[in-house]
Design a protein around this ligand. Structure first.
Ligand code: FES
Length: 150
């Protein structure tokens, strides 16, 4: 049960201070997102205010308050990637997966997000899938790449 998984993680942090980020990251890793239920359980067991939990969870992009798919695709739409066709790649991915940025496919396989720079502008346009970077992409390379994840 999901509540038991969350409880087990929370229990590791009982009677410790300054643990909220690590706790949320552990839940994120276990469930692939941080559901409302987890926030309520943290509030109840560790007496951390709900508003504080949301503030921290919303600040870190590694933590998602919406269900995330098994794979996370992040498309760079920063300036360097934009001028090299980053938004065309984004359109192409959105059409192929039939979701918009910020959404997850119905089968919960892939979540799509945009990012303003992945720090490797010379390789633009760049996308990141599950932490791995793929650069100098065009639509043909993109199709082949996505086939590995769909
Ligand atoms: S703008 Fe895309 S990696 Fe920097």
């Amino acid at each position: 049960m999901i509540e038991d998984k969350i409880d087990k993680i929370i229990n590791k942090y009982q009677n410790k201070n300054g643990i909220l980020i690590q706790l949320l990251l552990d839940i994120q890793r276990e469930l692939n997102w941080v559901p409302r239920k987890a926030i309520e359980q943290i509030n109840k067991k560790l007496t951390i205010p709900v508003s504080q939990i949301y503030r921290v969870a919303s600040f870190y992009t590694a933590i998602s308050l919406k269900p995330r798919g098994r794979h996370l695709v992040r498309v760079c739409v920063g300036t360097a990637c934009y001028v090299r066709g980053g938004t065309r790649l984004l359109d192409s991915i959105e059409n192929k997966l039939e979701i918009k940025s910020g959404e997850t496919t119905n089968d919960e396989l892939i979540s799509l997000e945009t990012v303003n720079c992945l720090g490797c502008c010379a390789l633009g346009p760049v996308i990141e899938i599950d932490g791995q970077y793929f650069g100098k992409l065009n639509s043909e390379k993109l199709d082949k790449l996505l086939m590995n994840y769909t």
